[in-house]
Design a protein around this ligand. Structure first.
Ligand SMILES: N[C@@H](CCC(=O)N[C@@H](CS)C(=O)NCC(=O)O)C(=O)O
Length: 217
């Protein structure tokens, strides 16, 4: 009997939105993978050796190569073969613009609203960051989702997976306030994702130690 070939290994952190998008992409593509749950306060030496910048997620492939950015992990998982078009649909200029807004200005304002103590001394008050976050991303999402069920149109795509964990985080800072915000289509989209099998599967709780097979959907 030949030796079993090793699986890709994902260094991940359950609550990290970048790691969530990578896990959902791997699960959607049906890629089997091992996972290491990383403590961000005590990163394992194996992660630091692979990736000195030491952010999660990081994917180590069986040939030894290392992918250090969540969007690149999504590309690896989804692009070849892209049988269901999840990657292709995410390449439209409008969707790449949403991704850039999400990872850029939205994330900037989200952090300053969610963790005001980390950004004491900034000129804008936390609520002003909250409102900026709405303007830079949620209004665009609302306009898109008013006309289509998801960001891939009728079927989801990598953009849905990439953006959803951050909108979830935004909504959970002050759920009562979010419930009153005039973005009903975004709320419907988010609520659909929160119970989606890909999302619930990606939130599987790994043991704190060791290399563990990540359960498929
Ligand atoms: N651009 C990176 C960002 C990843 C990132 O910033 N992840 C956070 C966790 S959510 C992290 O690892 N931070 C490093 C730390 O907290 O030490 C990606 O897309 O993968």
């Amino acid at each position: 009997m030949g030796a079993l070939s090793p699986l890709p290994r994902l260094y991940t952190f359950r609550r990290c939105p970048y790691a969530m998008r990578a896990r959902m992409a791997l699960l959607q593509a049906g890629r089997d993978f091992d996972a290491v749950e990383v403590s961000l306060r005590d990163k394992p030496a194996s992660l630091l050796a692979l990736s000195p910048k030491a952010t999660v997620p990081v994917l180590q492939l069986p040939d030894g190569s290392v992918i250090e950015e969540s969007w690149d992990i999504m590309r690896w998982a989804l692009a070849e073969p892209d049988t269901q078009g999840w990657w292709a649909r995410a390449q439209s200029p409008a969707n790449l613009d949403l991704l850039q807004r999400n990872d850029g200005d939205f994330k900037h304002h989200l952090d300053r609203w969610k963790y005001p103590q980390r950004y004491a001394g900034e000129t804008l008050a936390p609520d002003a960051h909250r409102d900026q976050a709405v303007d830079v991303l949620l209004r665009q999402l609302e306009a898109r989702l008013r006309d289509a069920r998801c960001l891939g149109g009728a079927t989801s795509c990598a953009t849905d997976l990439a953006v959803m964990p951050f909108v979830r985080q935004f909504a959970s800072v002050d759920p009562e306030w979010f419930a009153t915000l005039d973005v009903p289509s975004v709320r419907t989209w988010l609520n659909g994702w929160l119970v989606h099998p890909l999302f619930t599967a990606c939130m599987h709780k790994l043991p704190a130690e060791g290399v563990n097979r990540f359960p498929p959907v």
